[in-house]
Design a protein around this ligand. Sequence first.
Ligand code: CO
Length: 260
Amino acid sequence: MKTNISNTAAALLLAALIAGCGSEQDAADDAASSSDRTEPVWDVEQDAEGAAQSAEEGAEAAGDAIEDAGDRAEDMSEDAADRAGEMADEAAEQARDMAEGASEAGDRADEAMAAAEGSRSMDDDATAGGDAGDPCVVDVEVGDSLAFSVDSIAVPSSCESVTINLAHTGSLPKEAMGHNWVLAPADALDAIGQAGMSAGADNDYVPDDDRIVAATEIIGGGERTSVTFSLDDLADGVDYAYVCTFPGHYSVMRGPFTVE
Ligand code: CO
């Protein structure tokens, strides 16, 4: 932009100089030819002076035009620079806003994950006892590992009956990672666990044994089941415990069951 205007200014200057030279030459020619004629000499001199003056004025005007063009070019490039600067600032601001937005979205995602994590760990921390509404109903979770969600279970002696809700929160099928909940005298768990393997999947690995107070079916990932029994079926002076009789689980999946 500036280069083009400078070129134009240079062309104007050149034109003015040529015009100036031409006028002076014309004036000189006029003077020369006039001397041959009969017109008074002072007129010729005056014409020559006038032509020279016109040429000077023309050159001066051309010079002014060049200066003006130069000033305009400077102004225009300053404006262009200002506008470019403003646009760069705006773009930078937009980029900052977008970065902030992305960062906020990331924070929200982190918070959501932390909240989800928190609710999971609260479930993991659940201990023995009935649920908030009914102390005689106990929720027990199992997953894709050899563990119950509770280390022990205690229920009030006032319960007419006790219900165990068993939920498998894992994803493995019951053939690979099945679990059940079986209540029996603590000293009978090993025998019942070993007999359970022989009982087979068709019997949910629960042997035909009179010492068993209650037993659920075997469930896999995503399934739930429950069993309800009366505390009258528990003998006085006997320690009870619960166990999972799925093959290989009975030695580690177990815990005491007490009536308080
Ligand atoms: Co099990």
